[in-house]
Write a protein that binds this ligand. Structure first.
Ligand code: ACO
Length: 319
């Protein structure tokens, strides 16, 4: 597998920490110190599918292909306004593709899971040329905006890549360790005349921040160690660690474990917050368009999220 194009799109509405002070008992100082986030983008008038289609078009343009060249679309998404069909189907129509589409919901780890699926498809399906991966997320719509410990963390975004056959993926590992109580949301479904059970609507995400913090650091460290071993590489041989953008303190804890320089850990969560599975592909796009990725560099990607799902991979950059 090889990445040949990247794209991203973000909502126009910038929500700063001081704007949150207007309706939450919080402060810019608390949020910056505990998370590293200064502002985030939140959907106001946009539809998530518009952001997804823009990110997809940017990635195709960057790859020098058109929608006719796309043979499969993998869409990573947790929630959007459509319960059905899958968001991938909506995106397919908007970009004028005709290939099959598949949605996955692996929370913030979705991009790594999508890369794993893409690698398997490219390896086993002879006619498969290009796969479009679109990660489109609106976690801000899942939050209880009266809960200061969770709503301050998230922002909305879409990130996309085009992958084709190649030899750039050196190692990949995905895992799930069932820990629903650490981070979940339940909603009531439509009533029927036959329902007799009590159903719960949590009215937003329920998160144990400290448990998630510990799970994130411990699982990412384990994944990084495993993929380095799988690839026969050392931490020093990785040029950039592109980590899920959840909290600057999580990134720092992981950085201390691998004992690498700060400059190897690019981040943009100060401006965008945690955008779930869109965070890594959108950061890759920022780096790509900012000419911060050099051909031949080795990237280690690591993500973690609700489930608890985790995943990491080592990827040679060859664009
Ligand atoms: N502003 C001011 N005070 C706050 C806020 C806020 N926004 N949020 C919580 N507090 C208060 C708490 O009420 C608590 O007050 P108390 O001591 O009087 O009880 C105090 O701050 C400390 O709270 P903690 O929860 O101990 O703060 P902590 O240092 O753990 O930081 C945080 C909380 C930022 C949520 C941290 O635990 C974290 O980042 N966890 C990981 C969360 C995460 O990344 N989730 C998503 C990852 S997975 C995915 O991406 C889906």
């Amino acid at each position: 597998m090889r990445i040949i194009g990247t794209g991203s799109a973000r909502p126009s509405k910038v929500v700063t920490n001081s704007m949150l002070e207007n309706f939450l008992d919080t402060s810019d100082e608390w949020i910056v110190t505990r998370t590293g986030i200064h502002e985030r983008r939140v959907i106001s008038s946009e539809n998530l599918e518009d952001l997804a289609a823009t990110a997809a078009r940017n990635a195709m343009e960057n790859a020098g292909i058109t929608s006719e060249d796309v043979d499969f679309i993998i869409c990573s998404n947790v929630v959007n306004e459509y319960v059905t069909p899958g968001l991938g189907c909506v995106i397919q129509g908007m970009i004028g593709a005709t290939c099959p589409t598949m949605d996955i919901n692996c929370a913030c780890t979705g991009f790594i899971y999508a890369l794993d699926v893409a690698e398997a498809y490219l390896a086993t399906k002879k006619d498969m040329r290009n796969i479009l991966i679109v990660c489109a997320e609106e976690p801000a719509r899942m939050m209880n905006w009266h809960d200061r410990s969770s709503c301050i963390l998230f922002g909305d975004a879409a990130g996309a890549v085009v992958v084709t056959k190649g030899d750039d993926l050196k190692a990949i590992r995905v895992s799930t360790h069932c820990k629903v109580e650490a981070l979940y949301q339940k909603r009531k479904l439509q009533p029927t005349p036959f329902i007799t059970k009590e159903e719960v609507d949590t009215e937003g995400v329920v998160m144990n921040g400290q448990d998630v913090f510990k799970l994130a650091v411990s699982s990412s460290i384990k994944d990084i160690d495993k993929v380095l071993t799988m690839a026969g590489m050392t931490a020093d041989e990785i040029d950039l660690y592109v980590l899920h953008q959840a909290n600057v303190r999580i990134i720092e804890s992981i950085r201390h474990f691998v004992n690498q320089d700060k400059s190897k850990f690019p981040f943009n969560l100060d401006r965008y917050g945690n955008t779930s599975s869109a965070s890594i592909p959108a950061l890759l796009d920022d780096l790509n368009r900012g000419n911060q990725l050099k051909t031949g560099e080795m990237l280690l990607l690591s993500a973690f999220g609700a489930g608890f799902t985790t995943g990491a991979c080592i990827l040679r950059w060859s664009m």
